[in-house]
Ligand binder design. Structure first.
Ligand code: CA
Length: 712
């Protein structure tokens, strides 16, 4: 741990003199604590009394993402315009929810960087770069994103991609302390926002695609000392269990040696706190590897994978759990946003927790006990027919338990029916607003799966997931992928309205007490709709796809709407080529709107490139071998079928063929995040991948000939 001496120490003699003067005159300053980000439990619990601030991730501890501000409403929204913007010098996905306290905005960007702005003028007050090594990006499934910071009593907390939890002084961004929260030699990462509860900062982590064991940790906000850690899956049963709940959990694992590959269950995004019940809820992720057949061949539910778990915030002691996907084999995480609310069900007020996890069902649970209340499919689902009302368990399609012989085309796929994009619950309409995806994905067990110390370890056959070579077939698949914004009634468990988007990958949601819903989308538009009917009322073209959730705040009586715009995240990275071209560019910026705002964006620069591959000299067999290796080691970043989603280099266009071996095997571009793959590939393999990329470029050059520039 380190502690920097901050510049204001230089003024100590002056401050002491002023204090002495105040004491001598009998006027004592209020014991008000730090001037910046002076947030504590009292303020967050009474957040509705100061609706101009957005002091925690979901605004309030119940994470409803509902604004009580009223200045911007249905009647005047046509006057909403850009007040200020900040363009970041990074070009990767932005997923963060800003925090605003007393006129200062704190927000995280790509590479876990943190920024503080004057929330009214947009002036950058300070920035902090945790210097994440670029080569760590190979340990991330879903882009170098960060979903936000937390603030508490003058400090700003951020989790970094390489597993650190960092506390900064809100006054100037200087480092207060830093702790490594994950084993530094294992492929863990942090992209989720911390939550602060009772002077403890809670942080999870990710890495289940690579081989990780999930846990959530609580650290002392002032010292960074570890207070408790809750593991979500059992370790080696021959060794003592870290908590008593794992003794119960281990009885649901059977026959495998899951602990050697971590087992999964990472808590990579949602958490929520209920002060009244003193419960802290964590959303637990998928199994590692994906298939239960590998982890636990004797079957079983594999607790606490794909579950919501309630623990005590003081100790991490287990209280209850509900598992959304028993025996998960499909990357159906339950890490998605959890909203706490009181709603009337069958004539009685219930304290509920609501989630729309990846598996495609919308859940309403009793949050005192974890009792199942109801669940209905909100998107196309075929892995289970329904959730049994008596047992609260899914009725699983037997074909969904895929093997090695043929793929099961599951709906949803691993991107989920809904993933991390925050939802919004509007207590006036009683509706939950969130972006929905309809996707399908072929699951087939990889034959002869061997756990590797490097790269993805899902156990899924990489080749069956490769998109077809034929352009017409690819277009058919593209047309099947659907995305929309839904207004979901959690009592009736049904859609009230929906707005269809051209893209599947769209933004998180904000709703307001003035019947407004704000959402950005993958086409680059930031829109407002009426909350009761879904009528589009306003639109702004951001020039880049939006995935983050907006917030609203006020400074000096002026209401603002803010959103991080910047295309990226897992879906664009992996299947970006299947999305619409308009969004396939990243302009990383923070946009802030107010009534009468008149700022304009600079003109958009769009560059068209021509495919110009070298001659293809390899045999079809070599190209096929390259295709297999490409989808095993390259496709998760450079895009399925060598079509990039606009974030990382599209290898069909690369001009680096002469230095291919140095880049792939010697790590010559390590400083830009391209690590050496010499642990898993030899020279012949690297050449085969190069041949596949060249073949893909020739194929698409032929496909594109005759198309207009616009279509390209
Ligand atoms: Ca996952």
């Amino acid at each position: 741990m380190t502690k920097d001496i901050s510049p204001q120490f230089l003024f100590l003699p002056f401050i002491t003199a002023v204090a002495a003067l105040l004491l001598s005159t009998g006027l004592q300053a209020e014991p008000s604590g730090p001037r910046q980000a002076n947030v504590d439990a009292r303020r967050i619990l009474a957040a509705d009394d100061e609706p101009g601030n957005w002091m925690s991730h979901g605004r309030t501890y119940d994470e409803q993402r509902y604004s009580l501000l009223t200045q911007i409403n249905e009647k005047n929204i046509d006057r909403l315009g850009l007040s200020w913007r900040y363009d970041f010098d990074t070009h990767r996905g932005l997923e963060a929810t800003p925090i605003v306290v007393d006129g200062v905005m704190y927000v995280s960007g790509s590479w876990s960087r943190v920024y503080a702005f004057d929330a009214a003028s947009g002036k950058l007050l300070w920035q902090y770069n945790p210097q994440v090594p670029p080569e760590w990006a190979v340990n991330l499934c879903c882009d170098v994103v960060n979903r936000g910071v937390a603030v508490w009593k003058g400090s700003v907390y951020v989790g970094t991609l390489d597993g650190r939890l960092i506390a900064l002084a809100a006054s100037d961004g200087s480092l207060l302390w830093s702790v490594q929260t994950t084993p530094a030699d294992k492929p863990y990462s942090i992209t989720g926002a911390p939550r602060v509860v009772k002077d403890k900062v809670m942080i999870g982590n990710g890495g289940a695609e690579f081989g990780a064991r999930g846990f959530v940790s609580a650290y002392d906000t002032s010292t960074g000392e570890l207070i408790w850690r809750f593991y979500t899956v059992p370790g080696n049963p021959a060794e003592p269990f870290e908590n008593p709940a794992l003794e119960m959990a281990v009885t649901t694992w059977s026959g495998g040696e899951w602990w050697k590959r971590g087992g999964g269950g990472t808590v990579w995004d949602a958490m929520a706190y209920d002060a009244e019940l003193d419960l802290f809820y964590i959303g637990v992720g998928n199994g590692s590897p994906w298939s239960r057949e590998i982890r636990s061949p004797g079957g079983g539910d594999n607790l606490f994978l794909s579950s919501i778990v309630a623990v005590r915030p003081d100790t991490g002691e287990y209280v209850w759990h509900y598992q959304t996907t028993p025996g998960d084999s499909w990357d159906y995480t339950a890490t998605q946003h959890m909203i706490l609310a009181e709603i009337e069900i069958d004539g009685s007020q219930r304290k509920v927790i609501m989630q729309a996890p990846k598996n495609g069902f919308f859940y309403v649970l009793d949050r005192e006990t974890g009792e199942f209340i109801s669940a209905k499919a909100f998107t196309d689902v075929n892995w289970a027919s329904h959730i049994d009302q008596t047992t609260g368990r899914p009725v699983v399609n037997p074909e969904a338990h895929y093997g090695q012989s043929k793929p099961f085309m599951a709906m949803p796929g691993p991107a989920g029916g809904h993933t991390w994009q925050p939802m919004s619950y509007n207590p006036v309409t009683g509706l939950v607003y969130f972006p929905v995806m309809s996707t399908a994905y072929p699951y087939m067990l990889e034959s002869g799966f061997k756990f590797q110390s490097f790269g993805w370890n899902t156990g899924n056959d990489d080749l069956v997931t490769a998109l077809p070579e034929d352009e017409a077939q690819r277009k058919e698949i593209k047309a099947m992928l659907k995305g929309w914004l839904v207004a979901w009634d959690p009592v009736q468990q049904k859609s009230i309205w929906q707005v269809n988007h051209a893209n599947i990958w769209n933004g998180g949601v904000l709703s307001t007490s003035t019947n407004l819903v704000f959402q950005g989308n993958g086409e680059g538009y930031f829109n407002a709709y009426s909350a009761d009917q879904g009528q589009q009322l306003w639109s702004f073209f951001a020039q880049t796809g939006i995935t983050a959730a907006p917030i609203s705040y006020a400074v000096d009586g002026e209401q603002y709407i803010a959103v991080m715009a910047g295309w990226g995240g897992g879906v664009p990275l992996i299947i970006g080529g299947m999305l619409t071209d308009a969004a396939n560019q990243n302009v990383s910026r923070l946009l802030v709107f107010k009534l009468g705002g008149e700022k304009q964006l600079p003109p958009l620069k769009v560059q068209y490139r021509e495919l110009d591959p070298p001659p293809l000299e390899a045999t079809p067999e070599t190209v096929q071998q390259g295709k297999v290796l490409y989808h095993k080691y390259c496709g998760s970043c450079h895009g399925n079928s060598a079509i990039s989603g606009g974030l990382l280099p599209d290898l069909r266009y690369t001009q680096m063929h002469a230095v291919w071996q140095q880049v792939v095997l010697e790590g010559s571009l390590r400083s830009r995040g391209m690590v050496s793959f010499d642990q898993v590939l030899n020279q012949e393999d690297a050449r085969a991948i190069q041949s596949y990329v060249i073949a893909r470029a020739h194929r698409d050059k032929a496909n594109l000939e005759g198309m207009t520039k616009h279509e390209k």
